[in-house]
Design a binder for this molecule. Structure first.
Ligand code: ADP
Ligand code: MG
Length: 646
């Protein structure tokens, strides 16, 4: 037993932290082992560093490793390393005061934290205060640290002992072990006996310390066998090793689509191993909980799925980032503000864009696969202003210029390719948001563009219009929805020759034109408040009628806003009718003969339904159904008569 002279008080702040650690934490206690192992690894690193610079440690033949012994009966864990060790002064300084990484405000924070319920998560607290070594008191009621310095004058070993309650003792020891370095005896509390099992210890090592660069033996069997591939020189790693690493890490059965091994020194020293999976991992591609890269500090895991080093639009990437100069005890809050991580993120963005650009050029089929699997997430990159142009250049869409793909496959084209095909003077990417190609093609607003031979992007993913349509630009071209186009917008582009001139309607006489105006007024009167205005269209070719936006926003956007405002009314829009369409001509003839004709009224009503349906709205489905069957009954009666059928 140590006499009074050897007994020391912990600093006040240490006592408080110890108090909380020993009394109020019970989840995630296993991280004490991560802390002790990383300290051991640091000590070995320091020894290696000094040896490399010419100093000779005692027992120079001892291997650099970590041994963990589990005494099941006595409930004692012993973690030994052959690293630099500590002198008596260092033991007192390093283990008697709060760790250097603790934040200055920690006392203030601590006071608040003390009240908080969430204080129960050990990693949270440890992270916030930087209490690395002290975390051992979550599981121990006595800790004996025996240390023999590897360099210097002091030949004897010292032993530091504490129950974590307020005092520690420090005295010399005649023990032979450790021959060099530090040995930590952890006397487990009765509530922490789960840690007195080698398999449990191995499991924790696998989880938190799998990539420590020194062998860790648990009862003489090595527990960490995975090399930290990202720390190896690129030339020494094979593609197969990379892919195996990827599969072990993600449980994916397929190879990754691309592998990136980054090792940079400037502006931040870090290594990363990044993978683009061949398949998206979740259906919507926007799974907010399941993305990020595993963040390491010199091979010790700091945080899984860290999102500070990778932007959301690269959220499909898997991998690890290992930073040289990041304190292990860094808190989540500090992580977010960490400028190192911001810089790493920028490097990762730039490099990944480079990888994708190269894939576009050299492996277009892989790029297509990438786009089909991850394009949806990648499109979130529209809000990265720094890399706007590079990101946009990687976007792909379907378009009116592309043929149908085989078996319904969607083909892709880029913004630059669109520009290459554009008409002289064109400065707008025209798009139509639609559910599929067929719907896009049948959209009446597209007709005017077809007439002029202008290409229209088919936005087939609901996110497209949000990503680009809203004031988006690329190389000072803007994006516009076709249904916000005014015929005036296209006046500089002449009509192109179209094949079908035969069934084109003959122009109306001046007199009929005047009567047609009256017919248009009649339609408006019949429809009443359901439409704002009815007019003759200049944009339609093949469709009889269409609703037109007067707010400069696309009908798709408008629909979205109505959903947001929980407004389920049908919109009141302007209606345009196609004077040259057969249906309108027929209705016009009826109108000229009998303005009170009841069938004509039904037709006007159905024409309105037709426009509504095109916009994706249905007004009173049973009435609509009734009108359809009414008209069909009439039509079939007339058809029978025409065909002289019985
Ligand atoms: P940190 O590792 O962030 O510095 P810790 O509380 O984990 O904080 O450790 C405090 C200090 O104690 C370390 O910086 C190191 O100087 C010393 N130390 C802890 N464990 C060992 C060890 N096994 N060998 C040598 N020194 C150690
Ligand atoms: Mg530490």
């Amino acid at each position: 037993m140590a006499d009074e002279a050897n007994k020391h008080e912990f600093r006040a702040e240490v006592r408080k932290v110890l108090n909380i650690l020993t009394n109020s934490l019970y989840t995630n206690r296993e991280i004490f082992l991560r802390e002790l192992i990383s300290n051991a690894s640091d000590a070995l690193d320091k020894l290696r560093f000094r040896s490399n610079r010419g100093e000779t440690p005692i027992h120079n033949d001892l291997p650099l490793d970590i041994h963990i012994k589990v005494d099941k009966d006595k409930k004692i864990l012993t973690i030994s390393d052959t690293g630099v060790g500590m002198t008596d002064t260092e033991l007192a300084e390093n283990l008697g005061t709060i760790a250097h990484s603790g934040s200055e405000n920690f006392l203030a924070d601590f006071a608040n934290e003390h009240q908080a319920e969430e204080a129960k998560d050990a990693s949270n607290i440890i992270g916030r205060f930087g209490v690395g070594f002290y975390s051992v008191f979550m599981v121990a009621d006595e800790v004996r640290v025996t240390s023999r310095p590897a360099f210097g004058e002091q030949a004897t070993a010292y032993v530091w002992v504490s129950d974590g309650l307020g005092t520690y003792t420090l005295e010399t020891t005649t023990a032979e072990e450790p021959k060099r370095g530090t040995s930590i005896e952890v006397h487990l509390k009765s509530t922490a006996e789960e840690f007195a099992h080698p398999f449990k210890i191995r499991e924790i090592i696998q989880k938190h310390s799998a990539f420590i660069p020194f062998p860790i033996y648990v009862d003489d069997e090595q527990a960490n066998t995975q090399p930290a591939l990202w720390r190896e020189p690129k030339s020494s790693v094979t593609q197969e090793q990379y892919q195996n690493f990827y599969k072990a890490m993600t449980f994916d059965s397929e190879d990754a689509l691309s592998v990136q091994h980054i090792a940079v020194d400037v502006p931040v020293q870090f290594a990363a191993l990044l993978f683009i999976p061949s398949r998206k991992q979740d259906i919507y591609g926007l799974d907010q909980d399941n993305w990020g890269l595993d963040l390491y500090s010199r091979r010790v895991l700091i945080q899984r799925k860290n999102r500070d080093v990778v932007p959301d639009f690269l959220g499909f990437m898997k991998g690890v980032v290992d930073v040289e100069d990041l304190p292990l005890n860094i808190s989540r809050e500090t992580l977010q503000e960490n400028v190192l991580l911001q810089k790493i993120k920028q490097v990762i963005i730039k490099q990944t864009l480079g990888v994708l650009e190269k894939m576009c050029k050299d492996e277009p089929q892989n790029y297509e696969k990438f786009w089909e699997e991850h394009g949806r997430i990648f499109k979130l990159g529209y809000h990265d202003m720094t890399n706007h142009e590079r990101i946009s250049a990687l976007f792909r869409f379907n378009s009116s210029s592309l043929p149908d793909g085989e078996n319904g496959k969607i083909l892709w084209t880029s913004l630059d390719e669109y520009m290459g095909r554009a008409k002289p003077g064109q400065k707008t990417f025209w798009f139509v948001q639609a559910q599929n190609r067929e719907a896009a093609r049948l959209n009446p607003h597209v007709e005017m563009f077809k007439k002029k031979g202008l290409e229209v992007f088919y936005f087939l993913d609901p996110i497209d219009e949000f990503a680009l349509g809203q004031g988006g630009t690329y190389k000072d071209w803007n994006f516009k929805s076709v249904d916000t186009a005014e015929p005036d917008d296209l006046k500089d582009f002449p009509d192109v020759e179209t094949e079908k001139t035969e069934d084109a309607a003959t122009p109306l006489s001046d007199e009929d034109n005047a009567i047609f105006d009256a017919f248009v007024k009649y339609i408006k009167r019949e429809l009443g408040d359901k439409v704002k205005e009815v007019r003759v269209s200049e944009r339609l070719a093949d469709s009889p009628a269409v609703f037109v936006s007067d707010k400069g926003i696309s009908s798709n956007m408008e629909k979205f806003m109505k959903v947001m405002q929980k407004d389920d009314s049908v919109p009141v829009r302007d209606m345009e009718v196609n004077r040259d369409h057969a249906l309108l001509r027929h209705m016009f003839s009826i109108f000229k003969a009998d303005k009170e004709d009841s069938t004509l009224k039904e037709m006007v009503d159905s024409l309105y339904d037709y426009c509504l349906l095109l916009d994706g709205y249905v007004r009173e489905p049973y009435l609509l159904a009734d009108r359809i069957q009414n008209l069909l009954t009439k039509a079939s009666t007339w058809y029978k008569t025409v065909r002289n059928l019985a």
